[in-house]
Design a protein around this ligand. Sequence first.
Ligand code: AMP
Length: 356
Amino acid sequence: MNDRLSPGETIGILGGGQLARMLALAAARLGLSCHIFAPEADSPAFSVSTRATLGDYRDEAALAAFSASVSAITYEFENVPVETVRFLEGLRPVRPGSKALEVTQDRLAEKRLARALGARTADFAEVNSLDDLKAAIDRIGLPAVLKTNRFGYDGKGQAKILTAAEIAAAFAILRGQQGILESFVRFDREVSVVATRGVEGAFAAFDVTENEHRNHILHRSVVPATISGTAAREAIATARKIAEALDYVGTFAVEFFLVDEAGQVIVNEIAPRVHNSGHWTMDGAFTCQFEQHIRAVAGWPLGDTTRLGSVEMINLIGSDAARWHEILADGRAHLHLYGKTEMRDGRKMGHVNRLL
Ligand code: AMP
Protein backbone atom coordinates (compact mmCIF):
# COMPACT_ATOMS: atom_id res chain seq x y z
CA MET A 1 0.00 0.00 0.00
CA ASN A 2 1.20 3.46 -0.93
CA ASP A 3 2.20 5.83 1.86
CA ARG A 4 0.41 8.62 0.05
CA LEU A 5 -3.33 8.63 -0.70
CA SER A 6 -4.79 10.31 -3.77
CA PRO A 7 -7.81 12.61 -3.75
CA GLY A 8 -10.93 10.48 -4.00
CA GLU A 9 -9.58 7.77 -1.70
CA THR A 10 -11.21 6.95 1.62
CA ILE A 11 -9.93 7.27 5.18
CA GLY A 12 -11.50 5.00 7.79
CA ILE A 13 -12.15 6.52 11.22
CA LEU A 14 -12.79 4.48 14.37
CA GLY A 15 -15.22 6.43 16.51
CA GLY A 16 -18.07 8.66 15.43
CA GLY A 17 -18.13 11.58 17.87
CA GLN A 18 -17.59 15.27 17.21
CA LEU A 19 -13.86 14.78 16.61
CA ALA A 20 -14.57 12.27 13.82
CA ARG A 21 -17.21 14.64 12.48
CA MET A 22 -14.77 17.54 12.23
CA LEU A 23 -12.13 15.23 10.73
CA ALA A 24 -14.62 14.10 8.07
CA LEU A 25 -15.49 17.71 7.23
CA ALA A 26 -11.80 18.56 6.83
CA ALA A 27 -11.25 15.47 4.67
CA ALA A 28 -14.18 16.36 2.44
CA ARG A 29 -12.67 19.78 1.76
CA LEU A 30 -9.52 18.04 0.52
CA GLY A 31 -11.45 15.72 -1.79
CA LEU A 32 -11.05 12.68 0.45
CA SER A 33 -13.92 10.54 1.70
CA CYS A 34 -14.42 9.07 5.16
CA HIS A 35 -15.89 5.81 6.34
CA ILE A 36 -16.84 5.91 10.02
CA PHE A 37 -16.87 2.77 12.15
CA ALA A 38 -18.65 3.34 15.46
CA PRO A 39 -20.85 1.42 17.89
CA GLU A 40 -23.39 4.19 18.59
CA ALA A 41 -26.34 4.63 16.20
CA ASP A 42 -26.60 8.37 16.88
CA SER A 43 -22.92 9.10 16.09
CA PRO A 44 -22.49 12.79 15.08
CA ALA A 45 -19.99 11.86 12.34
CA PHE A 46 -22.37 9.58 10.42
CA SER A 47 -24.33 12.42 8.85
CA VAL A 48 -21.27 14.10 7.30
CA SER A 49 -19.42 11.03 6.02
CA THR A 50 -19.61 9.06 2.80
CA ARG A 51 -20.03 5.74 4.58
CA ALA A 52 -20.83 4.56 8.07
CA THR A 53 -20.67 1.16 9.71
CA LEU A 54 -22.51 0.65 12.95
CA GLY A 55 -20.38 -2.06 14.51
CA ASP A 56 -18.63 -3.41 17.56
CA TYR A 57 -14.87 -2.85 17.93
CA ARG A 58 -14.45 -6.58 18.64
CA ASP A 59 -16.30 -7.77 15.53
CA GLU A 60 -13.42 -8.88 13.29
CA ALA A 61 -15.62 -9.65 10.28
CA ALA A 62 -17.10 -6.14 10.40
CA LEU A 63 -13.62 -4.62 10.89
CA ALA A 64 -12.23 -6.58 7.94
CA ALA A 65 -15.07 -5.41 5.69
CA PHE A 66 -14.51 -1.83 6.89
CA SER A 67 -10.76 -2.00 6.21
CA ALA A 68 -11.35 -3.38 2.71
CA SER A 69 -13.26 -0.21 1.84
CA VAL A 70 -10.57 2.28 2.95
CA SER A 71 -6.95 3.17 2.10
CA ALA A 72 -5.79 4.17 5.60
CA ILE A 73 -7.32 4.12 9.06
CA THR A 74 -7.22 6.47 12.04
CA TYR A 75 -9.10 6.79 15.36
CA GLU A 76 -10.74 9.72 17.06
CA PHE A 77 -10.30 8.68 20.68
CA GLU A 78 -7.94 6.71 22.86
CA ASN A 79 -10.37 4.21 24.32
CA VAL A 80 -10.56 2.11 21.16
CA PRO A 81 -9.30 -1.37 22.18
CA VAL A 82 -5.61 -1.88 21.30
CA GLU A 83 -6.50 -5.33 19.87
CA THR A 84 -8.83 -3.65 17.36
CA VAL A 85 -6.04 -1.43 16.09
CA ARG A 86 -3.53 -4.32 16.04
CA PHE A 87 -5.98 -6.39 13.99
CA LEU A 88 -6.50 -3.53 11.52
CA GLU A 89 -2.75 -2.88 11.27
CA GLY A 90 -2.46 -6.26 9.62
CA LEU A 91 -4.79 -5.08 6.87
CA ARG A 92 -4.18 -1.37 6.26
CA PRO A 93 -1.88 1.44 7.49
CA VAL A 94 -3.26 2.70 10.81
CA ARG A 95 -2.07 6.19 11.73
CA PRO A 96 -1.28 6.74 14.55
CA GLY A 97 -0.52 3.09 15.27
CA SER A 98 -1.13 0.76 18.21
CA LYS A 99 2.04 1.83 20.04
CA ALA A 100 0.66 5.33 20.63
CA LEU A 101 -2.60 3.85 21.83
CA GLU A 102 -0.95 1.37 24.19
CA VAL A 103 1.11 4.04 25.93
CA THR A 104 -1.59 6.70 26.16
CA GLN A 105 -4.20 4.29 27.54
CA ASP A 106 -1.91 3.69 30.49
CA ARG A 107 -1.10 6.67 32.72
CA LEU A 108 1.88 4.86 34.27
CA ALA A 109 3.40 4.06 30.86
CA GLU A 110 2.74 7.63 29.74
CA LYS A 111 4.55 9.14 32.72
CA ARG A 112 7.42 6.65 32.46
CA LEU A 113 7.87 7.62 28.83
CA ALA A 114 7.81 11.36 29.63
CA ARG A 115 10.42 10.84 32.36
CA ALA A 116 12.61 8.70 30.08
CA LEU A 117 12.60 11.57 27.59
CA GLY A 118 13.81 13.99 30.26
CA ALA A 119 10.44 15.70 30.84
CA ARG A 120 8.96 16.53 34.24
CA THR A 121 5.85 14.82 35.60
CA ALA A 122 4.18 14.82 39.01
CA ASP A 123 5.73 12.29 41.40
CA PHE A 124 3.85 9.05 40.89
CA ALA A 125 3.51 5.47 42.09
CA GLU A 126 1.75 2.35 40.89
CA VAL A 127 -1.11 1.25 43.16
CA ASN A 128 -2.34 -2.34 43.10
CA SER A 129 -3.51 -2.63 46.73
CA LEU A 130 -4.42 -0.56 49.78
CA ASP A 131 -0.95 -1.28 51.17
CA ASP A 132 0.62 0.07 47.95
CA LEU A 133 -1.48 3.21 48.35
CA LYS A 134 -0.36 3.74 51.95
CA ALA A 135 3.28 3.19 51.01
CA ALA A 136 2.91 5.57 48.05
CA ILE A 137 1.47 8.26 50.32
CA ASP A 138 4.34 7.79 52.78
CA ARG A 139 6.74 8.49 49.94
CA ILE A 140 4.86 11.14 47.92
CA GLY A 141 2.97 12.89 50.73
CA LEU A 142 -0.41 14.62 50.80
CA PRO A 143 -2.32 16.12 49.12
CA ALA A 144 -2.21 13.63 46.28
CA VAL A 145 -4.50 12.46 43.49
CA LEU A 146 -5.45 8.82 43.00
CA LYS A 147 -6.55 7.87 39.48
CA THR A 148 -7.50 4.68 37.72
CA ASN A 149 -4.52 3.86 35.55
CA ARG A 150 -6.63 3.22 32.49
CA PHE A 151 -9.84 4.52 30.94
CA GLY A 152 -10.29 7.74 32.86
CA TYR A 153 -11.30 10.96 31.14
CA ASP A 154 -12.64 14.39 32.10
CA GLY A 155 -11.78 13.73 35.75
CA LYS A 156 -13.71 10.44 35.95
CA GLY A 157 -12.12 7.76 38.14
CA GLN A 158 -10.14 10.27 40.22
CA ALA A 159 -10.03 11.21 43.90
CA LYS A 160 -8.04 13.91 45.63
CA ILE A 161 -6.70 12.75 48.98
CA LEU A 162 -6.16 15.53 51.51
CA THR A 163 -5.85 13.61 54.79
CA ALA A 164 -5.04 10.07 55.94
CA ALA A 165 -8.72 9.65 56.90
CA GLU A 166 -9.65 9.76 53.19
CA ILE A 167 -7.35 6.97 52.03
CA ALA A 168 -9.78 4.05 52.25
CA ALA A 169 -12.62 5.92 50.52
CA ALA A 170 -10.29 7.03 47.75
CA PHE A 171 -9.04 3.48 47.25
CA ALA A 172 -12.64 2.36 46.68
CA ILE A 173 -12.88 4.43 43.47
CA LEU A 174 -10.43 2.03 41.83
CA ARG A 175 -13.00 -0.77 42.10
CA GLY A 176 -10.33 -3.42 41.78
CA GLN A 177 -8.55 -1.74 38.87
CA GLN A 178 -4.91 -0.73 38.85
CA GLY A 179 -4.32 2.82 40.08
CA ILE A 180 -1.71 5.54 39.97
CA LEU A 181 -1.05 7.95 42.82
CA GLU A 182 0.21 11.37 41.75
CA SER A 183 1.55 14.18 43.87
CA PHE A 184 -0.81 17.17 43.78
CA VAL A 185 0.77 19.81 41.57
CA ARG A 186 0.12 23.41 42.69
CA PHE A 187 0.09 24.79 39.19
CA ASP A 188 -0.60 28.35 38.07
CA ARG A 189 -2.11 27.39 34.74
CA GLU A 190 -2.91 24.47 32.50
CA VAL A 191 -1.62 24.64 28.95
CA SER A 192 -1.43 22.27 26.03
CA VAL A 193 0.57 21.73 22.90
CA VAL A 194 -1.36 20.48 19.89
CA ALA A 195 0.97 19.31 17.15
CA THR A 196 1.14 17.04 14.14
CA ARG A 197 3.79 14.65 12.86
CA GLY A 198 3.79 13.53 9.24
CA VAL A 199 4.52 10.11 7.76
CA GLU A 200 8.11 11.10 7.00
CA GLY A 201 8.72 12.77 10.36
CA ALA A 202 7.83 16.40 9.57
CA PHE A 203 6.62 18.17 12.71
CA ALA A 204 4.40 21.23 13.11
CA ALA A 205 3.06 22.58 16.41
CA PHE A 206 0.39 25.18 17.04
CA ASP A 207 1.09 27.92 19.56
CA VAL A 208 0.77 26.83 23.19
CA THR A 209 -2.85 27.07 24.35
CA GLU A 210 -4.03 28.04 27.83
CA ASN A 211 -6.94 25.97 29.12
CA GLU A 212 -9.51 26.59 31.82
CA HIS A 213 -11.57 23.67 33.11
CA ARG A 214 -14.94 23.69 34.89
CA ASN A 215 -16.17 20.54 36.61
CA HIS A 216 -13.19 18.71 35.04
CA ILE A 217 -14.39 19.58 31.52
CA LEU A 218 -12.59 22.06 29.29
CA HIS A 219 -14.50 25.34 29.41
CA ARG A 220 -12.28 27.84 27.60
CA SER A 221 -9.03 27.89 25.65
CA VAL A 222 -7.09 31.03 24.77
CA VAL A 223 -4.04 31.66 22.64
CA PRO A 224 -1.51 33.00 23.10
CA ALA A 225 -1.09 31.43 26.54
CA THR A 226 0.48 33.35 29.41
CA ILE A 227 3.80 31.53 29.27
CA SER A 228 7.45 32.52 28.90
CA GLY A 229 9.16 31.87 25.59
CA THR A 230 11.53 29.42 27.29
CA ALA A 231 8.72 27.40 28.85
CA ALA A 232 6.76 27.40 25.57
CA ARG A 233 9.79 26.13 23.65
CA GLU A 234 10.34 23.44 26.26
CA ALA A 235 6.71 22.30 26.03
CA ILE A 236 6.85 22.08 22.24
CA ALA A 237 10.22 20.30 22.31
CA THR A 238 8.78 17.79 24.80
CA ALA A 239 5.76 17.18 22.55
CA ARG A 240 8.09 16.54 19.63
CA LYS A 241 10.20 14.05 21.58
CA ILE A 242 7.06 12.20 22.65
CA ALA A 243 5.81 12.01 19.05
CA GLU A 244 9.16 10.71 17.85
CA ALA A 245 9.37 8.11 20.61
CA LEU A 246 5.89 6.85 19.67
CA ASP A 247 6.67 6.93 15.94
CA TYR A 248 3.52 8.98 15.82
CA VAL A 249 1.66 9.98 12.66
CA GLY A 250 -1.16 12.51 12.99
CA THR A 251 -2.28 15.27 15.33
CA PHE A 252 -1.93 14.83 19.09
CA ALA A 253 -1.98 16.89 22.28
CA VAL A 254 0.18 17.05 25.37
CA GLU A 255 -1.39 18.68 28.41
CA PHE A 256 0.93 20.40 30.86
CA PHE A 257 0.75 22.01 34.28
CA LEU A 258 2.64 25.29 34.40
CA VAL A 259 4.37 26.39 37.59
CA ASP A 260 5.40 30.00 36.99
CA GLU A 261 7.82 30.61 39.83
CA ALA A 262 9.91 27.57 39.02
CA GLY A 263 9.42 28.12 35.27
CA GLN A 264 8.40 24.47 35.04
CA VAL A 265 6.26 22.69 32.50
CA ILE A 266 5.01 19.38 33.87
CA VAL A 267 3.51 16.75 31.57
CA ASN A 268 0.04 15.71 32.73
CA GLU A 269 -1.46 13.76 29.86
CA ILE A 270 -0.92 12.77 26.23
CA ALA A 271 -3.92 12.46 23.89
CA PRO A 272 -3.28 10.45 20.68
CA ARG A 273 -5.83 12.39 18.68
CA VAL A 274 -7.12 15.79 17.73
CA HIS A 275 -7.97 17.60 20.93
CA ASN A 276 -10.59 19.96 22.32
CA SER A 277 -7.87 22.48 23.21
CA GLY A 278 -7.03 22.65 19.48
CA HIS A 279 -10.54 23.57 18.31
CA TRP A 280 -9.53 27.25 18.09
CA THR A 281 -7.33 26.36 15.11
CA MET A 282 -10.45 25.89 12.94
CA ASP A 283 -10.82 29.66 12.71
CA GLY A 284 -7.59 30.91 14.27
CA ALA A 285 -4.73 29.32 12.32
CA PHE A 286 -3.75 28.96 8.65
CA THR A 287 -4.33 25.21 8.83
CA CYS A 288 -6.57 23.63 11.46
CA GLN A 289 -5.73 20.60 13.60
CA PHE A 290 -8.30 18.45 11.76
CA GLU A 291 -6.88 19.20 8.33
CA GLN A 292 -3.38 18.60 9.68
CA HIS A 293 -4.43 15.18 10.94
CA ILE A 294 -6.04 14.26 7.63
CA ARG A 295 -2.94 15.47 5.75
CA ALA A 296 -0.71 13.33 7.97
CA VAL A 297 -2.91 10.24 7.69
CA ALA A 298 -3.04 10.70 3.90
CA GLY A 299 0.77 11.05 3.76
CA TRP A 300 0.45 14.61 2.47
CA PRO A 301 2.62 17.62 3.41
CA LEU A 302 1.60 19.41 6.60
CA GLY A 303 0.16 22.93 6.46
CA ASP A 304 1.31 26.14 8.10
CA THR A 305 0.28 26.41 11.76
CA THR A 306 0.70 30.18 12.11
CA ARG A 307 -1.92 31.80 14.31
CA LEU A 308 -4.15 34.48 12.77
CA GLY A 309 -4.44 36.57 15.96
CA SER A 310 -5.45 36.17 19.59
CA VAL A 311 -8.14 33.52 19.74
CA GLU A 312 -10.66 32.29 22.29
CA MET A 313 -12.59 29.02 22.17
CA ILE A 314 -15.54 28.42 24.47
CA ASN A 315 -17.14 24.99 24.75
CA LEU A 316 -20.91 24.70 24.64
CA ILE A 317 -21.74 22.09 27.25
CA GLY A 318 -25.27 20.72 27.70
CA SER A 319 -27.84 23.51 27.69
CA ASP A 320 -25.20 26.16 26.70
CA ALA A 321 -25.98 25.14 23.13
CA ALA A 322 -29.54 26.41 23.52
CA ARG A 323 -28.01 29.91 23.30
CA TRP A 324 -27.00 29.39 19.66
CA HIS A 325 -29.20 32.22 18.47
CA GLU A 326 -27.75 34.69 20.96
CA ILE A 327 -24.21 33.61 20.00
CA LEU A 328 -24.96 34.31 16.34
CA ALA A 329 -25.95 37.89 17.23
CA ASP A 330 -22.19 38.51 17.25
CA GLY A 331 -21.46 38.26 13.55
CA ARG A 332 -17.79 37.52 14.24
CA ALA A 333 -18.47 34.47 16.41
CA HIS A 334 -17.67 31.20 14.63
CA LEU A 335 -20.32 28.79 15.87
CA HIS A 336 -19.68 25.05 15.57
CA LEU A 337 -22.48 22.67 16.53
CA TYR A 338 -21.99 18.92 16.49
CA GLY A 339 -25.51 17.90 15.42
CA LYS A 340 -26.27 16.07 18.69
CA THR A 341 -29.98 15.83 19.21
CA GLU A 342 -30.03 15.19 22.95
CA MET A 343 -28.76 18.01 25.21
CA ARG A 344 -27.49 16.04 28.23
CA ASP A 345 -25.69 17.67 31.20
CA GLY A 346 -21.94 17.65 30.71
CA ARG A 347 -22.24 16.68 27.03
CA LYS A 348 -20.11 18.61 24.55
CA MET A 349 -22.64 20.04 22.08
CA GLY A 350 -20.49 22.53 20.20
CA HIS A 351 -18.01 25.37 20.59
CA VAL A 352 -17.55 29.00 19.63
CA ASN A 353 -14.33 30.53 18.33
CA ARG A 354 -13.63 34.24 18.37
CA LEU A 355 -10.65 36.18 17.11
CA LEU A 356 -10.09 38.75 19.87
P1 AMP B 1 -6.58 14.28 33.97
O1 AMP B 1 -7.75 13.38 33.75
O2 AMP B 1 -5.34 13.59 34.42
O3 AMP B 1 -6.34 15.22 32.80
O4 AMP B 1 -7.00 15.27 35.17
C1 AMP B 1 -8.10 16.14 35.07
C2 AMP B 1 -7.82 17.43 35.81
O5 AMP B 1 -7.60 17.19 37.21
C3 AMP B 1 -6.56 18.15 35.33
O6 AMP B 1 -6.83 18.94 34.20
C4 AMP B 1 -6.18 18.96 36.56
O7 AMP B 1 -6.97 20.14 36.65
C5 AMP B 1 -6.56 18.03 37.71
N1 AMP B 1 -5.39 17.21 38.08
C6 AMP B 1 -5.11 15.98 37.59
N2 AMP B 1 -3.95 15.51 38.10
C7 AMP B 1 -3.49 16.44 38.94
C8 AMP B 1 -2.32 16.54 39.77
N3 AMP B 1 -1.43 15.55 39.87
N4 AMP B 1 -2.17 17.68 40.49
C9 AMP B 1 -3.07 18.68 40.42
N5 AMP B 1 -4.20 18.64 39.67
C10 AMP B 1 -4.40 17.55 38.94
